[in-house]
Design a protein around this ligand. Structure first.
Ligand SMILES: C[S@@+](CC[C@H](N)C(=O)[O-])C[C@H]1O[C@@H](n2cnc3c(N)ncnc32)[C@H](O)[C@@H]1O
Length: 276
């Protein structure tokens, strides 16, 4: 059984699974929609929740680094919202190649780096105004404290962090179970969810892929890891809507509503704040 401490084993295995997935994503209708969409300079794939958080930041005129940028659709969307510069990091080279293709189509300027966040090259720029993490990234990280230390290291001395992620409570349920509302897994489990299939969204059929590891993290662990990395939390908001795959819609619009996703904003402590 792989352990959280086997960081390089986990990230290598996850990288191979995401590289295999990238080939399938480039063949589905979503990719064609992105190509069509990004020919419009104002096109954005962000929903109204993250759009408001980013506009209120404000993101306009800021340099943004996105960690786990996948095919680049969101870092390009950040530029559509007014970010002055974009930099996407992802360890799947197949997805970074798609991100570069989308960037060319968009006519925007955006840079990308293929790298494991736990093993960034020394030459990585480390003076960004904003670090962005969105749906489906935190659970690939076996060690949250080490992860947020890397994120804090990408920001200049007063840089900000924005997270828009799925809510950890959802990990307790299986939307594909006979009773999707039955409690399936303890909120406090430390066991990763292990898969040997590609990550297909929508109706597509997954195919065989290298083993991947998805780590459940409690909300408190996420908050505490940010704090331990020297980040000051400005807001933590939970929402009843879903930002997950369509099968999770079964949990929305309920009288006894589960939290479905959250946003967290934080900032780095400026050197001259220390000791105040
Ligand atoms: C679910 S996708 C993110 C999708 C993105 N939020 C979006 O909606 O476009 C997760 C991404 O994290 C990347 N990833 C996972 N582990 C990583 C690591 N250790 N370092 C860098 N990227 C990683 C994967 O390659 C994948 O592209």
């Amino acid at each position: 059984m792989v352990k959280k401490t086997d960081i390089s084993t986990v990230t290598l295995s996850n990288r191979l699974a995401w590289d295999a997935t990238a080939i399938e994503h480039a063949q589905n209708a979503d990719w064609d929609q992105l190509i069509a969409g990004f020919s419009n300079p104002e096109f954005s794939t962000f929903d109204s929740t993250i759009t408001k958080v980013l506009k209120d930041l404000p993101i306009k005129g800021q340099s943004v680094v996105q960690i786990g940028c996948n095919n680049g659709r969101e870092i390009l969307s950040a530029i559509s919202l007014g970010a002055s510069a974009g930099f996407g990091i992802d360890q799947s080279n197949n997805f970074i190649e798609q991100a570069k293709e989308l960037t060319l189509i968009s006519g925007k300027e955006c840079n990308f780096l293929t790298a494991d966040i736990y093993d960034l090259p020394i030459s990585t720029p480390r003076d960004f105004d904003v670090a962005l993490i969105t749906i489906g990234v935190l659970n690939w990280m076996p060690d949250l404290v080490a992860f947020f230390n890397e994120i804090a290291g990408l920001l200049h001395s007063s840089g900000k962090l924005v997270i828009y992620e799925t809510h950890p409570f959802l990990e307790m349920f299986d939307p594909d179970a006979a009773d999707p509302h039955a409690l399936n897994v303890s909120y406090f489990t430390d066991e990763p969810y292990v898969s040997e299939e590609t990550f297909v969204y929508g109706d597509g059929k997954p195919s065989k892929a290298p083993t991947s590891y998805w780590f459940p993290h409690r909300l408190g662990e996420i908050v505490n890891a940010c704090i331990q990395a020297g980040l000051v939390i400005d807001s933590l908001v939970e929402y009843p809507h879903s930002n997950r795959e369509a099968e999770f819609d079964v949990y929305t619009n309920q009288a006894a509503q589960l939290p479905m996703c959250f946003t967290l904003t934080a900032h780095k402590i400026e050197n001259n704040d220390i000791g105040k």
